[in-house]
Design a protein around this ligand. Structure first.
Ligand code: SF4
Length: 305
């Protein structure tokens, strides 16, 4: 547990929970949602990335990092290991020395809890009455000891906490973490488990069971359920109504809300940087269709945001 692997730390976020927040993105996720906008957070190990736009095509990386099989062909920088198993990659220092523009870079950095707490304490004056720390990813629950230790320390330092999670973990992990959370955001993508597995790589029974238990057992925590509306997956009234019916069972809570998120393609350049194909092809979701589905959700469940 000594260190966690983090892909990014984003300050002054207004999108990831209430108020002004610092978001810490964990590296590694058990799912492979085909529409994932953060593919750099999926694998659990450090990996190489390359940004085409800032690359000078100077070949310095090829010369200096020759032992890592880096090549420059057809104006593209490439490297040996694309297996997803980690392989041998240069150290962050080696990459920084080799590439003058940071076009070639290492994705992920190891941190100790104390290092992140120091960063959060510096940011504390900027958190307003509701803001604080949000753990995101990737999947924070997939580095459970590190996540729990960080959340606990944040609370001890008077910093409010939130999490963006799939809720996919052993129940004892979820239960241990939620005790240090003020605001819990989790996805329900689709109720049909076979469809869920087809589009995300895993079935949904475990996460639905965890969400059900959380909503029953933790009345003091604020919950926001999120449904990304994705073409071909759940962009139809039946799929939205099925989620709404599940949530309706818990409608007596006044701190439970449901948010529908419109499909977007902002992650596409990141796939390019990782030399990976974007799995969703060219699909789009119209604003009109999204608004219709949001209205449908409003008929089933009262608290829509
Ligand atoms: S990745 Fe960096 S070092 Fe390699 S060719 Fe591009 S700019 Fe030069």
């Amino acid at each position: 547990m000594k260190e966690g692997i983090i892909t990014n730390i984003q300050h002054f976020s207004l999108e990831d929970g209430p108020g002004i927040r610092t978001v810490i993105f964990f590296k590694g996720c058990p799912f492979r949602c085909k529409w994932c906008a953060n593919p750099e957070t999926q694998k659990f190990h450090l990996e190489l990335g390359w940004s085409k736009g800032s690359c000078l095509k100077c070949g310095s990386c090829v010369k200096q990092l020759y032992k890592y099989n880096i090549s420059l062909k057809n104006e593209e920088v490439n490297w040996g290991d694309k297996s997803g198993r980690g392989g041998s990659i240069p150290s962050p220092d080696e990459v920084e020395l080799a590439c003058p523009t940071k076009s070639l870079h290492i994705i992920g950095k190891k941190y100790k809890v104390s290092e992140l707490i120091d960063i959060l304490i510096e940011q504390k004056p900027f958190f307003d009455d509701t803001g604080g720390l949000t753990l995101s990813g990737g999947e924070p629950l997939a580095q459970p000891e590190f996540a729990e230790a960080l959340l606990k320390k944040a609370h001890e330092n008077g910093i409010r906490t939130a999490i963006e999670t799939t809720s996919y973990a052993e129940w004892n992990v979820v239960e241990g973490i939620v005790r240090h959370i003020d605001y819990y955001m989790t996805d329900i993508k689709v109720m049909d488990s076979e469809l869920h597995e087809k589009w995300t790589g895993l079935p949904n029974q475990r996460l639905l069971s965890n969400i059900g238990k959380l909503l029953k057992q933790f009345p003091e925590v604020h919950f926001r359920i999120r449904t990304p509306v994705i073409p071909e997956v759940n962009d139809n009234p039946e799929a939205i109504i099925a989620i709404g019916r599940f949530l309706k069972t818990f409608e007596n809570r006044d701190n439970l809300e449901w948010e529908l998120l419109k499909y977007h393609r902002l992650g596409v350049p990141k796939y390019e940087a990782l030399h990976r194909e974007y799995p969703m092809g060219k699909v789009e979701l119209s604003q009109e269709k999204f608004s219709e589905l949001k209205s449908v959700a409003g008929f089933v469940f009262k608290s829509i945001v």
